[in-house]
Design a protein around this ligand. Structure first.
Ligand SMILES: Nc1ncnc2c1ncn2[C@@H]1O[C@H](COP(=O)(O)OP(=O)(O)OP(=O)(O)O)[C@@H](O)[C@H]1O
Length: 323
């Protein structure tokens, strides 16, 4: 990227409340050109809210957001922007009576369709049938073709693989990989940890509407440490197994689970005091990291006291092209 080129995604202090319910609060991050960025969080964390604000479907309560340098709250800039981006919503809805071919023709006229034939080979759908007769997987595939057939510089996707079978999911991950190789940017929300690990360069983890971690997948996993699960003939307290280099020890169903930095000598010294019945040592998985961030019960803090309702309708969720 040259210095003059704007960041594909730039979000600064972005906040959205639905009346007094917090959607997202004070989100600040950027996504670089050619990155595949995963927006990770459980149900209700604020992923869809952030994406809808980015697409201009919801008005932010506070803060700024630009896509490809255009202000998403400016109607004229948004209209121009939508020719350069692809949007794949989580709840794909099309007008039921039209056929798949008609839908692609409609979006193709507005934004271009140079990858249409190739994408239809990879994500085949019964083009001549009304969308009403489509299975949910076929609707999702049609939406993928509509989202990517103009080869957008930036794709924004809300849980794009929901409803896809594993083979189609793999094809979709390949598509994202090719986009990265071509310098195209992809931003998507997910709560599927394996896909985030597989395809993302960087991840933002959101909880209760706030960004609580922003790093490369590699660093996040490295910080997760080494997980040791051990079963002992004796039943010492969890605290008795602690040593310098232990981040966490807990007792689980007769075993002990330790998260340690790579202090293997200290581990062996400590275990030497007991009879070891079973032992497993492995690197932290993305599931461990996720549990670390979400393991404790969510607090109820955060929703602000009653305020004027600034929520508005989202409009149709179909791949929206801002005409
Ligand atoms: N239209 C709305 N009116 C009021 N509150 C809303 C509205 N949409 C979302 N919320 C609230 O905002 C918060 C964030 O919801 P959001 O749908 O953005 O989360 P999410 O991470 O996308 O969840 P999911 O994975 O279930 O789609 C939740 O507390 C939710 O109840």
């Amino acid at each position: 990227m040259t210095a003059a080129e704007p960041q594909p995604v730039s979000v600064d202090g972005l906040t959205k409340y639905y009346g007094d319910v917090r959607g997202v609060e004070d989100l600040t991050f950027t996504v670089d050109r050619g990155e595949t960025f995963g927006f990770l969080g459980p149900n209700g964390a604020g992923k869809s809210t952030a994406i809808r604000v980015l697409l201009g479907l919801l008005k932010p309560t506070d803060g700024d957001a630009t896509l490809l340098g255009r202000d998403v709250t400016d109607r004229a800039e948004l209209r121009d922007l939508k020719r350069h981006i692809g949007y794949l919503p989580s709840d794909v809805t099309f007008y039921d009576r039209v056929t798949g071919a008609e839908i692609l023709e409609f979006f193709g006229r507005l934004r271009g369709h140079e990858r249409r034939t190739e994408l239809l080979e990879r994500f085949p759908v019964p083009l001549d049938r009304p969308v009403k007769a489509y299975s949910s997987g076929n609707k999702q595939k049609l939406a993928i073709v509509a989202t990517f057939m103009h080869d957008p510089e930036l794709a924004i996707m809300d849980e794009p693989t929901s409803g896809l079978d594993p083979l189609v999911q793999n094809e979709f991950y390949d598509l994202l990989g090719e986009r990265t190789a071509q310098g195209r940017t992809s931003f998507f929300s997910s709560h599927i940890l394996s896909e985030v690990r597989r395809v993302c360069d960087r991840v933002g983890i959101i909880r209760n509407g706030r960004l609580i971690e922003l790093d490369t997948v590699e660093n996040i996993l490295a910080e997760g440490g080494t997980v040791v699960t051990v079963r002992l003939a004796e039943e010492p307290s969890a605290a008795a197994l602690e040593f310098p280099g232990t981040a966490h020890v807990e007792r689980q169903d007769g075993s002990y689970r330790l998260v340690i930095s790579q202090e293997f000598d200290s581990l062996i010294d400590r275990l030497h005091e007991y009879t070891v019945l079973d032992l497993e040592v492995r690197e932290a998985s993305i599931e461990d990291v996720f549990m670390h961030f979400y393991g404790e019960a969510d607090d109820a803090e955060g929703d602000r006291p009653a305020a004027p309702d600034d929520a508005e309708g989202d409009g149709p969720a179909a791949p929206d092209d801002g005409s």
